[in-house]
Write a protein of this length. Structure first.
Length: 433
């Protein structure tokens, strides 16, 4: 049964193949021409034989009528009579014919009517079969030339696509094996182009990451080397020694934070981060983010206000990574708020999205800087001495969740960051990547 189904599927596939349909059409056309030619020749040959036979019989009858009129009348009566000759008469006739050498072994050349019929039949069949073969050859060559032309165009187009890293210029849309081959070649060239582009992006990203890391570590490493040299001299008192050791510790902490943040960004940009998305209360994630910047807010004398009017809202997200993104937004807001200022964080839900905002009471961001604040290591003038990694990291995490991060500034009344997250992310965003 399985073999029968496979044969049916193969037959259906071949039936949809344009080349097979063309071949069947050509063979059907040849069959129709051959049958038509055979019927025409049969009719024509019968007519010619009848004419020759009538001419011969008329000549014999005329000669017989001149000499023996009574025998001519009897011959005509015999010809018109429906009765067949007796076997004895037929045998006597054959004996008389053989007496004069007219039998089965006689050469057709001695019978002009048969010889003419043979020559005519030979030439007509030869010319007719040659014409049919020529028509078949022309039609088959035309189909072969068409397929060869298509294959050549596909080969040239694919070669150009490989050499120039471009999509195939020639596209073929048809059914059958040739269409499948063309579709596969086009898909292969497109994937090859995307792979090469991705490799180039990865190469550029690796180069940029290495450059950023080396540039950002250069300053703390230089400071550590200076402090280490001073400590090695042994000429510092305990107070200065403790001070330099504290500075070394701060530089090491700064280096650790830089390296960890850059590694997180690298994982996000390389799409190597695994999200463990679960439906959990957004309020809990916000509280975790606030706790992580609580010490900084106390030092800066800034109050963080949470608008949890919709505390029951649950959202599909990774609480750890989303908390880190919100913590970076809160950290940026606290750093740019004046002492005694206030940072507000709240959220609201619509039918399709959850909107979250973080607002501060700082000096605000100059509008000309807004398009660039999410770039790595971009810093505005008087921005508190940050290195420009918190906002890019927050944006990458939010985009990983299928959301959007934007900012608005109302100089000099502060800056607001807006996070828009979908209530129902695409399946690819909810699975572990």
């Amino acid at each position: 049964m399985e073999r029968l189904e496979r044969r049916k599927a193969e037959f259906a596939r071949q039936r949809r193949n344009p080349a097979m349909r063309s071949l069947v059409l050509i063979l059907s056309l040849l069959l129709v021409l051959s049958v038509s030619f055979s019927l025409f020749y049969s009719f024509y040959s019968t007519k010619k034989l009848k004419q020759v036979w009538l001419s011969r019989e008329a000549a014999l009858l005329g000669s017989l009528a001149e000499r023996h009129p009574e025998l001519a009348e009897e011959w005509f009566d015999r010809l018109a009579s429906p009765d067949q000759a007796s076997p004895q008469a037929a045998e006597e006739g054959r004996r008389l014919l053989e007496r004069y050498g007219v039998g089965q072994t006689i050469d057709a050349r001695w019978l002009p009517a048969l010889e003419e019929h043979r020559r005519r039949t030979t030439w007509i069949l030869l010319l007719g079969n040659s014409a049919l073969i020529a028509i078949a050859a022309a039609l088959l060559y035309r189909e072969y030339a068409r397929q060869s032309r298509v294959m050549r165009k596909l080969a040239v187009s694919m070669e150009d696509a490989v050499k120039r890293n471009e999509p195939m210029s020639y596209r073929l849309y048809e059914e059958g094996d040739l269409g499948l081959l063309a579709s596969g070649a086009q898909e292969l060239s497109q994937r090859l182009k995307e792979t090469i582009e991705q490799l180039n992006r990865d190469k550029a990203f690796l180069k940029e990451t290495v450059t950023d890391i080396s540039h950002q570590l250069k300053t703390p490493l230089a400071s550590l080397m200076i402090y280490t040299d001073l400590l090695q001299d042994g000429q510092l008192d305990e107070t200065h020694t403790a001070e330099f050791l504290g500075r070394c510790r701060r530089e090491l902490d700064r280096m650790e934070w830089l390296i960890l943040t850059l590694l997180k960004l690298a994982r996000l940009e390389a799409d190597a981060l695994e999200l463990n998305s679960k439906s959990s209360p957004l309020a809990e994630t916000v509280k975790l983010a606030v706790q992580s910047v609580h010490r900084l807010a106390e030092d800066k004398q800034v109050r963080i206000v949470i608008d949890d009017s919709d505390a029951s809202l649950s959202l599909l997200h990774d609480a750890h990574w989303m908390g880190e993104a919100l913590a970076n937004l809160l950290k940026n807001a606290v750093e740019h708020s004046p002492p005694g200022g206030e940072v507000a964080i709240g959220w609201e839900q619509t039918h399709t999205f959850t909107h979250l905002h973080v607002k501060d009471q700082g000096p605000g961001i100059d509008p000309r800087h807004l398009p660039h604040i999410f770039k790595k290591f971009y810093r505005t003038s008087g921005d508190g001495g940050g290195v420009g990694l918190g906002l890019p990291l927050a944006r990458s995490i939010i985009e990983k969740h299928g959301g959007v991060l934007s900012a608005t500034a109302n100089v000099p009344q502060g800056t607001a960051f807006h996070v828009t997250l979908p209530l129902h992310p695409f399946p690819s965003l909810t699975a572990k990547l």
